[in-house]
Write a new protein. Structure first.
Lengths: 368, 231
C-alpha cells in the first residue's frame, strides 16, 4: 500500500506534483523521460525529500513535511533495483547479495538466501566479481541483493531498460516469480508499455511532473499515449486469453478468448495456460457486421465503450470485450463518421494475425 | 661505501619516523577534507579549499614561521598544549612531524578528492536503500572505492614529508638526533669542509627510499584499480 498525498518538489524548471494511493501488488509509474517518474520513486525510497507532502507505505508514514518527519532511506526498508544494477564493484557477488541482509534486523529476515539464489539462478556466480558479469546476470544479482533485505517495498527503476529483448523477457518472468514467491509489493518505474502491460496490476501515468491517469494498465496506457504526439503507434491493448494447441500444419497457435479466437503465427510454448495477447491499436480494423471471406483470422466481437477524437484525422475506439478486456483501435475520423459508429453499438474488431507474436505474450496472470 | 656513521643512521631513522608519523596523522584528516570538498556543499567551501592549498604555494619558510608563531613555547596555543596536555612541538621531532604533515596535506588531498569525485554517487544511494547508514556506507562502499586515490595520496604525502626542509628547519631547527632529518643532515654536510661525499651518500639513500615508495604505490594501485573495476 503506497499513499502519496500532496507531494510537491521543485528543482529548477521542473516541478513535480503528485497525489495517489494504490494497493496493487505491482504498481507501475509510467511516462516518458523527464516526466518525473524516477523522482517520484526516489521520493518514496527516501533518496530525495519533497518540498511538501505526505508519503506512507503500508500505513507507516515516511515523509510528512507538516510534522517535519523524514525517515532516512536506510530506515525505510525499501530497497531499489537500478537500471544498471549498480552492484558494488569492489565486492564479489555473494557479498553484494548479502550486503542488505547484514543491516536487516534478524527478526525481519524473512526472505531466505537459498530460495533467492535458487529462484534467480545466481548460485554459479557467487564467487565472481560484478565486472565480469553480463548485463542480464548483473540485473539478476541486483534483484537478489534488493530481495535479501526482506523489503517492505521493492522499487525497480527501469530495471530492464539496458537489456536486450531476450534478457528482458527473462527478467520479466523472474519479476513475476518474485512477486508470487516472496509476496513483496513492487513499484515499477518504466517507460516501456509492454513491460507494464505484462507485469503491472495498476498504473500511474505521469507527464511533465503531473499524474495524467491512473488505473488498469491497458486503459491507462492507452489514455496516456493518446496525449503524446505519435502516441498512436505505442497504444497497445492486453487481452487475457488461454493458449490452445499448436497447429503444426499451418504453424499457428490458437488462443481461446470469450469474444473470439485469436490466431498467432507462431508456436506458443508450454501448451495450455493463461496468456496475455498484446495488440497494437494500429493493427486493428473495424467492421459493423461479421466479415466473411477475409484473410484476417482473428475477429473479436464487442461493444464500443468510447470514441476518442479531436481535431486531428484519427480517432481511438475502445471496444469492450466479453470478459471485460478493452481493445483499442486506431482508425480515421472519416471511418467513424461513414460507418456511423456510436457508443454502445456492436462492432467486430479485425486483428491482423501477423501483428501478434509469441514473444509478445506475457505469462498470464490473474487479476484480482 | 654504505658504511654509515651513527649520525647518518640517526638521521635516516629519524626521517622515517617523522615522515611515517606525519603520514599517519594527516591521512585521516586528508580523507575527511577531501570527502567534504568532493561531496558537500557548505558555506566556506572555497575558503577551505584555499586554506588547504596555502602551504603548497607559500614559501615553506613562511609556513614554518607561522607554525612557530602559533605553537612555539611562548605562543599562547603552544604554551597551553605544553602546560595542560604535555604536548610540545618546538624543537622536538613531533614538531618536525607536524611541519611535514602540514606541508604534505595539500598533496594528499588532491588525488583523494579526485577519487571521491569519480565514484558514482548512486552507489551510495544503493547502499543507503539496502539499510546502511551514512557512516557504514562510507566505510563499506565509498572509502574502498576511493582506495587508489588514498594510496597515491599517502605515498605522495610520505615522499613530501621525507623531503620537507624549509618549514621544518624554521619551526624546529636542525638538532641532530631530535629534528635533523635527511634533508637537514645533507644541508649540514654541505656546509662542512669535505662533507660532499657523505652528503652524496645520504642523497642516494633518500632517492632509494623515494623510488621504493613509488614502486610500492604502483603495485598497490594496480591491485586497487582492478578491485574497483570489479574484476
Amino acid at each position: 500500500m503506497i499513499a502519496v498525498d500532496g507531494v510537491r518538489l521543485r528543482r529548477g524548471d521542473f516541478e513535480l506534483s503528485a497525489s495517489f494511493a494504490s494497493k496493487a501488488r505491482i504498481l507501475a509509474l509510467y511516462g516518458p523521460s523527464g516526466s518525473g517518474k524516477t523522482t517520484l520513486a526516489h521520493l518514496v525510497a527516501g533518496l530525495a525529500a519533497p518540498d511538501e507532502g505526505h508519503i506512507a507505505v503500508n500505513g507507516a508514514a515516511l515523509v510528512d513535511t507538516a510534522a517535519r518527519l523524514f525517515v532516512a532511506p536506510e530506515k525505510r526498508r525499501i530497497s531499489l533495483v537500478f537500471q544498471d544494477a549498480l552492484l558494488f564493484p569492489h565486492l564479489d557477488v555473494k557479498t553484494n547479495i548479502v550486503f542488505g541482509r547484514f543491516f536487516t534486523p534478524v527478526a525481519e529476515r524473512r526472505v531466505p538466501f537459498d530460495a533467492v539464489v535458487e529462484t534467480l539462478g545466481v548460485a554459479h556466480l557467487l564467487r565472481r566479481r560484478p565486472g565480469t558479469l553480463s548485463g542480464g546476470e548483473r540485473q539478476r544479482v541486483g534483484l537478489a541483493r534488493a530481495l535479501l533485505c526482506s523489503p517492505r517495498l521493492l522499487v525497480m527503476d527501469e530495471p530492464m531498460a539496458s537489456l536486450d529483448f531476450d534478457r528482458r523477457q527473462e527478467i520479466m518472468a523472474l519479476i513475476e516469480r518474485l512477486r508470487d514467491e516472496f509476496v513483496i509489493p513492487i513499484l515499477l518505474v518504466s517507460h516501456a508499455a509492454d513491460e507494464i502491460l505484462r507485469l503491472a496490476d495498476e498504473v500511474v501515468a505521469l507527464e511533465r511532473g503531473r499524474i495524467v491517469a491512473q488505473g488498469l494498465p491497458s486503459e491507462t496506457i492507452a489514455a496516456a499515449s493518446r496525449a503524446v504526439e505519435g502516441g498512436r503507434f505505442s497504444v497497445v491493448s492486453a487481452l487475457n486469453a488461454r493458449a490452445g494447441a499448436f497447429d503444426p500444419r499451418y504453424g499457428v497457435t490458437r488462443l481461446a478468448h470469450p469474444s473470439g479466437e485469436i490466431v498467432i503465427a507462431a508456436r506458443v510454448a508450454d501448451g495450455e495456460r493463461p496468456v496475455r495477447a498484446l495488440i497494437k491499436a494500429t493493427d486493428v480494423a473495424l467492421a459493423r457486421r461479421a466479415p466473411s471471406e477475409t484473410s484476417i483470422r482473428t475477429v473479436l466481437e464487442g461493444v464500443i465503450r468510447s470514441i476518442d477524437e479531436d481535431e486531428g484525422p484519427l480517432a481511438f475506439v475502445q471496444i469492450g470485450l466479453k470478459n471485460g478486456d478493452v481493445l483499442t483501435a486506431s482508425v480515421t475520423r472519416l471511418s467513424v463518421a461513414e460507418m456511423n459508429l456510436t457508443i454502445g453499438g456492436p462492432v467486430f474488431a479485425l486483428v491482423k494475425s501477423v501483428a501478434l507474436d509469441e514473444r509478445e505474450l506475457g505469462a498470464g496472470m490473474s487479476r484480482d | 661505501m654504505f658504511d654509515f656513521s651513527p649520525q647518518e643512521l640517526t638521521a635516516i631513522a629519524l626521517s622515517l619516523k617523522v615522515a611515517g608519523t606525519a603520514t599517519v596523522i594527516s591521512l585521516p584528516l586528508a580523507i575527511f577534507v577531501a570527502y567534504a570538498l568532493a561531496r558537500w556543499r557548505f558555506p566556506g567551501h572555497a575558503a577551505l579549499n584555499a586554506l588547504i592549498h596555502l602551504p603548497l604555494v607559500m614559501p615553506p619558510v613562511v609556513t614554518g614561521f607561522v607554525l612557530l608563531l602559533l605553537l612555539g613555547r611562548k605562543a599562547p596555543l603552544g604554551h597551553f598544549l605544553a602546560e595542560y596536555l604535555g604536548i610540545v612541538f618546538a624543537f622536538r621531532w613531533t614538531g618536525a612531524a607536524l611541519a611535514a604533515a602540514v606541508m604534505s596535506l595539500p598533496l594528499m588531498i588532491r588525488p583523494i578528492r579526485l577519487s571521491f569525485e569519480s565514484i558514482d554517487e548512486r552507489l551510495g544511494q544503493a547502499s543507503r536503500s539496502l539499510g546502511a547508514d551514512p557512516l557504514w556506507t562510507f566505510f563499506l562502499v565509498t572509502l574502498p572505492l576511493a582506495a587508489p586515490g588514498v594510496i597515491v595520496g599517502a605515498i605522495l604525502g610520505f615522499a613530501k614529508a621525507l623531503g620537507e626542509f624549509g618549514a621544518t628547519i624554521t619551526f624546529v631547527s636542525n638538532i641532530p638526533g631530535e629534528t635533523q632529518t635527511i634533508p637537514a643532515a645533507i644541508y649540514s654536510l654541505t656546509q662542512t669542509p669535505d662533507g660532499d661525499a657523505d652528503a652524496l651518500r645520504l642523497a642516494a639513500v633518500s632517492a632509494v627510499i623515494a623510488i621504493a615508495a613509488l614502486i610500492v604505490s604502483e603495485m598497490l594501485q594496480k591491485r586497487a584499480d582492478a578491485t574497483r573495476a570489479g574484476k
